[in-house]
Write a protein that binds this ligand. Structure first.
Ligand SMILES: Cc1ncc(COP(=O)(O)O)c(C=O)c1O
Length: 458
């Protein structure tokens, strides 16, 4: 018998029975969520008032008129107007196991039993150690030198922490390199790096960043040559001034552009010769290729110095090598995350590691192939309406019509009305993109979503 009182509480028969009853009640509540459904006319007025109120209180209307009821089933989600939709964007890549997952219900009950809601600098629970152990284990496989992991509560903060650790180590070097069309977050520093002028409109410059063209799959050699040349020009213009280059190996917000191993290696070789750190932003890509990390998928393990993750992991994190480990006092936060998020992260990582998600035959690749196959057929059938598909693994998208922002937005709103949640990415062209909830989706869901896409295209 464990001597810890908390262990006794978790094993208490009433707690075990309560969990069983909760799961049973959830299963029953989900029985009516089986397919896309229109809104309930009796709820529409109240729903619209709530939307208006949300917009007024936030100072800006919500992008989609989406207010969740609190219940869903896999890829399907019930909204507070009684409608049911396919969630193929999952909060931009967050709800990886789908809606109302019973494993996450259980881990949230475990979290609710704990004495505090949040964990942080002065209050880490056992679950934080569990999560850290798993994360470092996954990140340090093969020839990777990633030995440490610092938890945090947003992708932008994971990147901020990465920038600070790098800058401290590489001081007085303070410039960064990044790819055109990259996304890094919306804080002062990450917003500076994000290659989207509108998100830093009116803000002062806090970091010096120089951009390189990203890989162009239509002309691999020329594109590698052009990027290497641009890199060398920057290096000769600012010798010794660069601390790091930040890589998004598959550009997400930029429009679903995957890079390529030899392209990355050509750049990394020069960075290493110049003592410039290699930082990989995997906030969107983590858990979405057939390997846990995209740097593993592109076979770059031995080169990475710093890596950040977020989104599907629920808890965000900055991984770094022994060499980059910062001095005491540089990284600290009141909150690292809620216990519920930390427990959920562990459940999700275990599910991906042991649930048949990874590798050629794994769910991620198989679901991706199914989705790609349908989109290829649609592209052949409607060449003027759909070009693509583009992307890798669970990051799949296409260009609709002329790829203008206006028509792409109109398209995703039409998809929304027809019961599918998607989003846009990139500019010139803007693409329609999906981040399906890999752990909650079925092949039939993918088929059904593609039928709806076809209906909207026609
Ligand atoms: C590549 C990348 N980096 C950083 C971020 C910022 O993450 P967050 O929105 O959690 O701050 C995002 C968010 O979309 C992202 O896609």
């Amino acid at each position: 018998m464990s001597s810890l009182n908390f262990e006794q509480l978790k094993k208490d028969k009433r707690v075990i029975e309560a969990k069983r009853l909760l799961k049973e009640a959830l299963r029953e509540a989900q029985e009516n969520i089986v397919e896309v459904k229109e809104a309930n006319p009796d709820l529409v007025d109240t729903y619209n008032q709530l939307l208006k109120e949300a917009g007024r209180l936030r100072g800006r209307d919500l992008f989609f008129p989406y207010l969740g009821s609190g219940l869903g089933k896999g890829a399907l989600v019930e909204l507070a107007d009684g409608s049911v939709k396919y969630d193929f964007i999952s909060g931009i890549g967050v709800h990886y196991l789908g809606h109302s997952h019973k494993g996450l219900l259980e881990s949230s009950v475990d979290a609710a039993l704990e004495d505090t809601i949040m964990q942080g600098n002065l209050q880490q629970g056992l679950s934080s150690v569990e999560l850290l152990r798993r994360l470092v284990d996954i990140a340090s496989q093969g020839s990777s030198r990633l030995a440490h992991c610092f938890l945090t509560s947003s992708g932008a903060m994971a990147n901020e922490n990465a920038f600070k650790a790098i800058l401290q180590k590489k001081s007085p070097a303070s410039r960064f390199l990044a790819f055109r069309k990259c996304f890094s977050g919306r804080t002062l520093a990450t917003g500076q790096m994000t290659d989207k002028p509108e998100i830093r409109a009116g803000l002062p410059t806090v970091l010096n960043i120089d951009y390189l063209p990203f890989y162009d799959a239509t002309q691999p050699e020329m594109s590698t040559h052009a990027t290497v040349k641009a890199l060398q020009e920057h290096l000769s213009e600012h010798p010794g001034e660069y601390a790091a280059m930040v890589f998004e190996l598959i550009q997400g917000e930029g429009g679903y552009y995957p890079g390529e191993t030899e392209f990355f290696k050509s750049i990394i070789q020069i960075l290493k010769e110049n003592n410039i750190a290699v930082m990989i932003d995997e906030i969107q890509t983590f858990g979405r290729t057939k390997d846990f990390f995209a740097f593993q998928y592109f076979k770059l393990e031995e080169y990475v110095d710093v890596v950040t993750i977020g989104k599907m992991a629920q808890v965000c994190a900055t991984f770094f090598t022994e060499d980059i480990n910062p001095k005491a006092g540089l990284l600290s936060q009141t909150f690292t995350s809620s216990t519920a998020a930390i427990n959920a992260a562990t459940v999700i990582l275990d599910e991906v590691a042991n649930g048949g998600y990874l590798g050629e035959e794994g769910k991620i690749n198989q679901y991706s192939l199914r989705f790609i196959g349908h989109l290829q057929q649609l592209s052949a059938k409607y060449p003027d309406q759909l070009q693509g598909p583009f992307g890798v693994g669970a990051m799949i998208g296409f260009t609709a019509f002329d790829g203008s922002m206006e028509k792409s937005k109109a398209f995703i709103f039409k998809l929304y009305e027809n019961g599918v949640l998607s989003f846009v990415a990139g500019k010139d062209p803007t693409r329609i993109r999906f981040l399906m909830p890999v752990g909650g989706v079925t092949l039939e869901d993918i088929d059904q979503v593609c039928r709806i896409i076809e209906k909207v295209l026609m």
